[in-house]
Design a protein around this ligand. Structure first.
Ligand code: SAM
Length: 247
């Protein structure tokens, strides 16, 4: 993924920690429940492009060893400070799909439609290959993606006002064939508000093609699920799909 915005600053990381990280925080609860329900006992988890670590912070409370990769130095610096008293390792990597770690993992996650940030299917395939390589046998790759249906006509503006942060999220589809997402945070700083923002695009591919690519890489079992991680019997019309691919 060559379009990473390296201009993030600490303010953006902090704003994401306080607001944007809610999705990955909530997802940690669903995954912990899935682990219990299926009597799994994972020893470690790697969260690829972990943002402000909201997911890992919850996972490590269950005793699982936690590691996160990040392409943004601002996020890594923020996390190393913010979680200094917790046993979570943060690794600065390059592109999302190009992570390499010394150890292998029982679970690898990539949360909040991050795979959609990769613009070409070759990048998605590289990501699947690297995840497969870094997993232990029977390990799981867990990620979610916005479907082509979702990106077809996704146009929205969300505005929220909080005590210390206001934020505006704008989504526009069909901008030169892409979906463009813009987050602007206004973070209170003394008597004024400081602006911090990011802009990125999302791209999607047919779910069948994604499943086929995962199987081609070697994953034995690929489940398409809802947010509760219950397997879907029908994916027609869905905006978001969660994938559990087992090695
Ligand atoms: C805001 S974080 C979310 C990550 C985390 N999985 C979560 O759910 O909280 C977005 C991630 O995408 C990466 N990224 C790459 N390019 C980006 C861009 N242009 N704008 C925003 N995030 C970008 C960031 O480094 C970060 O890892």
């Amino acid at each position: 993924m060559s379009h990473i915005d390296r201009s993030f600053n600490d303010k953006f990381a902090e704003a994401w920690y306080n607001l944007g990280g809610d999705f990955s925080y909530m997802f940690s609860k669903k995954l912990i429940n899935y682990i219990k329900k299926n009597n799994l006992s994972p020893k470690n988890v790697l969260d690829v492009y972990c943002g402000a670590g909201n997911f890992l912070a919850e996972m490590q409370k269950t005793g699982i060893k936690c590691v996160g990769t990040e392409g943004s130095k601002a996020f890594v610096d923020f996390n190393r400070k913010n979680y200094a008293d917790q046993n979570i390792e943060f690794i600065l990597t390059d592109a999302l799909e190009d992570f390499k770690t010394k150890e292998k993992f029982d679970i690898i996650t990539c949360i909040y439609d991050l795979v959609n940030y990769m613009e070409t299917f070759t990048e998605w395939e590289t990501f699947f290959k690297n995840a497969y390589k870094q997993l232990n046998n029977s390990g799981m790759l867990v990620f979610d993606f916005n479907t082509p249906k979702r990106l077809e006509n996704w146009n929205t503006t969300v505005y929220e006002q909080g005590k210390d942060i206001d934020y505006v999220e704008t989504v526009q589809s069909n901008i030169h064939g892409k979906t463009v997402i813009n987050y602007v945070y206004y973070v209170k700083s003394g008597l004024t508000y400081e602006k911090t923002s990011t802009i990125y695009t999302e791209t999607s591919f047919d779910p069948e093609r994604i499943v086929e690519a995962l199987k081609k890489v070697g994953f034995k079992n690929v489940k398409l699920c809802d947010f509760e991680l219950n397997e879907l019997t029908n994916i027609t019309g869905r905006n978001k799909i969660h994938v559990i691919a087992t090695k």
